[in-house]
Design a protein around this ligand. Structure first.
Ligand code: TMP
Length: 213
């Protein structure tokens, strides 16, 4: 088990349109079915910083890159303090849809130094596993347009997304497990389940709760 906490922290990362949110839901259901107690959460959060961040989706130019980075970091600080750390302390499994790898990739693609972004996130507990869903930016853009029937937000412009994808692939961290998200939903879900089963086994993590479906 991660020496710093009693629970298990799993982050699902990747560019927009890779199906992260769906996979978080499927993984949570799978784990609950095994009797695990699971918290599903996401970033940006619904808190005050997260709300300000969502305003930027339609008008990214309304603040500087440094201010934008600060918002993501303050949002995470609050998320860690109020949700992630208490759940880990209780020994639960926390699934977060995006975490600090997104900040290094997205704000890195916008011009910040990814290494500095990682350094500024050192307050955040290290995840036990990062599932990185990979997909070509071209396909992800088609999916975003089709599934949401909406125009791209200011964080999803094509060149930008390409740089984000490149940065995500460049991160060399032993906790990252890349999974090709071009495959079917079910196949991707099974690959994620295998990686998580292995993680729980390696950590001697036993789900003791009542099994639910
Ligand atoms: P979402 O679509 O997964 O809710 O994410 C919202 C957008 O925020 C997405 O385009 C990626 C972006 N983002 C960052 O730029 N930096 C971050 O640290 C996080 C968590 C998200």
């Amino acid at each position: 088990m991660n020496a710093a906490n009693k629970g298990i922290l799993i982050a699902i990362e990747g560019i927009d349109g890779t199906g992260k949110s769906t996979q978080v839901g499927l993984l949570a259901r799978y784990l609950r079915g095994k009797g695990c107690e699971v918290i599903e959460t996401r970033e940006p959060t619904g808190g005050p910083y997260g709300r300000r961040i969502r305003e930027l989706f339609v008008d990214r130019g309304s603040c500087t890159l440094e201010e934008e980075l600060n918002l993501f970091i303050e949002d995470r600080r609050q998320h860690v303090r109020e949700v992630i750390a208490p759940a880990l302390e209780r020994g639960l499994i926390v699934l977060t849809d995006r975490y600090y790898f997104s900040t290094a990739a997205y704000q890195g693609a916008a011009g910040m130094n990814p290494a500095e972004v990682f350094a500024r996130n050192s307050f955040a507990p290290r995840p036990d596993l990062v599932i990185l869903l990979t997909m070509s930016p071209e396909i992800s853009l088609v999916r975003i347009r089709e599934s949401r029937g909406e125009e791209l937000n200011d964080f999803e412009q094509e060149d930008q997304l390409r740089r984000v994808a490149e940065l995500f692939s460049s991160f060399d961290d032993p906790c990252i497990r890349s999974i090709d998200a071009d495959a079917s939903l079910e196949h991707v879900a099974r690959e994620i389940q295998k990686a998580v089963d292995r993680l729980l086994l390696d950590n001697n993590y036993v789900c003791t709760g009542r099994r639910t479906v």
